[in-house]
Design a protein around this ligand. Structure first.
Ligand code: NAD
Ligand code: IPM
Ligand code: MN
Length: 366
């Protein structure tokens, strides 16, 4: 198979970890006889420095012609005081919106060798395995007006019926091929948008009688994520709630540095990126955890290219590294070996080409 992949390293640790994913993809290509070509483009703070915009037109053009897009992360203190149109994050929001990547999948699964690393008790995180589906191109992130007024400030939360329907459908479809339990998270006791959201979930549920539905208010959902994470199968929620809940859920797996994501358009075009940010506090030190980025590449193989075996091979290699005790500084494995980004990547590469020791515990991420 031949595929053309756009790489958007971004800022901070983005550059360090995207190289890890590229190396792993290259190893997979040679093992399975595929040809992946890569083309790099600017986004975020580095694009502001070089082109005076966080999202140059040629980045958008290249991404719209690509087979898939892999992104590191954007942002950093250097640009924090910039006016809002010159913030690195505007580049990320812009590419999501312009490419209509409305469905953001954030799988969260505890890994047996990392149970100790979770801040929660082992008996609570054990068995947690959920898929957070976050609406990504609507809601308060994109509503207008969003501005300072003479006396204060205004942000606008706006959703069309169609925007809610298409993401809720994704939720039901995903639940149908998993454990058939959909939790819809809203704030229907306060927000009009959430009242419509809940109505649409109820309407759609008639088409999916095999899927059981729970409605949770977002505050209660935040609590349940840390008291009973195994309650959740698929969570579907709007943009801002999904942003917050997915960072909270990420630590179930031991570290934010472990969580991958896929942002999909209706025709399957996808942008794949870790859930974490550019981690300016550790950028340039060579200690970033590359696993969320590498697992994002696995999601790309599965969702955009249908290469399920190859995706599983990467997930297995990551699991094997952790079972062998390799970990970066953000994770503690008792008796393990702490390594940097490069060595962790080498450990994954080594495992990609050696025989499996954890096939039996490795399920697909989604
Ligand atoms: P962050 O996710 O960058 O970092 C939070 C904490 O997690 C930090 O202590 C960091 O060192 C640690 N961390 C994150 N990823 C790690 C990894 N792979 N390995 C080891 N440790 C890791 O969040 P933040 O500090 O709130 O934000 C920093 C910048 O990143 C901001 O400018 C923010 O807007 C941006 N951001 C970008 C994205 C993105 O590009 N998708 C996502 C979130 C935040
Ligand atoms: C994420 C990030 C982004 C978001 C920021 C950087 C705009 O936190 O991808 O989770 O809020 O969507
Ligand atoms: Mn976030």
């Amino acid at each position: 198979m031949e595929k053309h992949i756009i790489l958007l390293p971004g800022d901070g640790i983005g550059r360090e970890i995207i190289d890890s994913a590229k190396q792993v993809l290259t190893a997979i290509a040679s093992e399975y006889n595929h040809r992946f070509t890569f083309e790099e483009h600017a986004i975020g703070g580095n694009a502001i420095d070089d082109y005076n915009t966080p999202l140059p037109d040629k980045t958008v053009d290249a991404c719209s012609k690509a087979d898939a897009i892999l992104m590191g992360a954007v942002g950093g203190p250097k640009w924090d005081a910039n006016p809002s149109h010159l913030r690195p994050e505007k580049g990320l929001l812009g590419i999501r919106k312009q490419l209509e990547l409305f469905a953001n999948l954030r799988p969260v699964k505890t890994i047996s060798s990392l149970l100790y690393a979770s801040p929660l008790k082992e008996e609570i995180v054990n068995q947690a395995d959920m898929l957070i589906i976050r609406e990504l191109t609507g809601g308060i992130y994109f509503g207008t007006p969003s501005e300072r007024t003479p006396n204060g400030v205004v942000d606008t939360l706006r959703y069309t019926r169609e925007e809610i329907e298409r993401i809720v459908e994704r939720g039901f479809e995903a639940a149908r091929i998993r454990r058939k339990h959909l939790t819809s998270v809203d704030k229907a006791n306060v927000l009009e948008s959430s009242k419509l959201w809940r109505e649409i979930v109820e309407e759609k549920s008639k088409q999916y009688p095999d899927v059981s539905v729970t409605h949770l208010l977002v505050d209660a959902a935040a609590m349940k994520l840390v008291t009973q994470p195994s309650f959740f199968d698929v969570i579907v929620t709007e943009n801002l709630f999904g942003d917050i809940l997915s960072d909270e859920a990420s630590v179930l797996t031991g570290s934010l540095g472990m969580l991958p994501s896929a942002s999909l358009r209706s025709d399957g075009l996808g942008l794949y990126e870790p859930v974490h940010g550019s981690a300016p506090d550790i950028a340039g030190k060579g200690i970033a955890n590359p696993l969320a980025m590498i697992l994002s590449a696995a999601l790309m193989l599965e969702h955009s290219f249908g290469l399920v075996d190859e995706a599983k091979e990467i997930e297995r290699a990551v699991n094997d590294c952790l079972l062998q005790g390799f970990h970066t500084a953000d994770i503690h494995i008792p008796g393990g070996v702490q390594v940097g980004t490069k060595q962790m990547t080498e450990a994954v590469l080594e495992n990609v080409t050696t025989k499996s020791i954890s096939d039996s515990i490795c399920k697909s991420y989604v």
